[in-house]
Ligand binder design. Structure first.
Ligand SMILES: Nc1ncnc2c1ncn2[C@@H]1O[C@H](COP(=O)(O)OP(=O)(O)OP(=O)(O)O)[C@@H](O)[C@H]1O
Length: 330
């Protein structure tokens, strides 16, 4: 597979979203026969850009508006207001042309033909996307090798395990050499080994081909292992857009210092740290995530019989939960 030529989109931005909105009019049953019209602002004025070759996490709680955004980026849904450009194309206007430039993987449903052997689905896609024969063969060979699909090609899709099917779906999304890949929960329900295979493949794909990736997931390890940048949305609004590391600061989270002493002692006294728990000779100390652990370590080591210590980074899920809590507080 070759790297994609330089940007054909807005400057170097491969995805451009400007004040994007999607409003659904829904009818809610309020009585036996009465129905009231009401509006759901699924996406409520979101703006962001993604440069070519970036891998970005797009996360948020259930119903936040993630899928609605992705559907507008693929052209399945037309925005109520605002502007979207993907690889220079307006998705809702030119969906067919865009389809050849993007790949989509929905973890919860397959794009493969259920009753056909995997290879037959790929052959159908070859024709549907009108991929040049040599390119198709090269892409297929590479996906088969890296996603370990060789022994599965003649197996009907319905007989594949979830992890095998997911790898099959990822290959299907890449046979036409898309420049942009949307991944919606690509590791959902997979075991640890399959998750690792999928993540390694995505990292290599991004590094080698410069594919732009927008990743929606509830598995924060996907984000931690794949994306330097993360966007957090809630109630259709962008709450955070920046480095993954910055989320920790926003959430004012804490790191945990686990200290093992030579004997059982009362809670240690170290400036800048708060003892969370004491269990025999082991104590758990909280320190602000943004602060250095060194002064606390020095203080403990000089005043107590320190045997061992380790630092635990804050759990990103807890950080996001804290961010929502802070926003909800009056
Ligand atoms: N076709 C539709 N008609 C009416 N309301 C809709 C429609 N699609 C989505 N919604 C509503 O828009 C909001 C955002 O939904 P969306 O599916 O984009 O969220 P999400 O972040 O993808 O959630 P999840 O993590 O659960 O998949 C929700 O309140 C949802 O009920």
């Amino acid at each position: 597979m070759s790297r994609h030529p330089e940007s054909s989109a807005d400057g170097t931005d491969h995805i451009v979203v400007d004040d994007l909105q999607k409003v659904f009019d829904v009818r809610k049953k309020t009585g036996l026969v009465r129905r009231e019209k009401h509006r759901v602002r699924a996406v409520d004025g979101i703006s962001f850009t993604v440069p070519r070759g970036e891998m970005v996490g797009y996360i948020g709680p259930n119903g936040a508006g993630k899928s609605t955004t992705i559907k507008m980026l693929t052209g399945i849904l037309t925005p109520s207001a605002g502007r979207v450009r993907v690889a220079g194309i307006e998705p809702a206007r030119d969906r067919t042309r865009l389809t050849r430039r993007i790949g989509v993987v929905f973890g919860q449903r397959t794009t493969l033909w259920w009753d056909l052997p995997l290879i037959d689905s790929y052959r159908l896609m070859h024709r549907m996307y009108r991929v040049e024969d040599r390119r198709f063969r090269e892409n297929l060979d590479r996906c088969v090798e890296l996603l370990e699909l060789g022994e599965l090609l003649d197996t009907p899709v319905r007989q594949l395990s979830l992890g095998q099917r997911m790898r099959g779906d990822i290959a299907a999304a890449l046979l036409h050499d898309p420049e942009v890949l949307y991944l919606d929960e690509p590791t959902i329900g997979l075991d640890v080994i399959s998750k690792t295979k999928v993540r390694t493949f995505l990292r290599d794909l991004n590094a080698e081909r410069g594919t732009t990736v927008l990743l929606t997931t509830h598995d924060l390890q996907d984000i931690e292992q794949l994306c330097e940048r993360v966007m957090v949305i809630d109630h259709g609004r962008l709450m955070y857009d920046g480095a993954l590391a910055g989320l920790h600061e926003i959430g004012e989270s804490e790191r945990t210092l686990v200290v093992d002493l030579a004997e059982e002692l009362p809670p240690v006294d170290a400036p800048g740290a708060r003892v969370l728990k004491v269990e025999g000779p082991r104590q758990w100390l909280a320190i602000p995530a943004a602060a250095s652990a060194a002064p606390v370590v020095t203080a403990v080591a000089s005043a107590y019989p320190l045997v061992d210590l380790s630092v635990r980074e804050p759990d990103i899920e807890a950080v996001i939960a804290k961010m929502y809590e802070d926003r909800a507080a009056p």
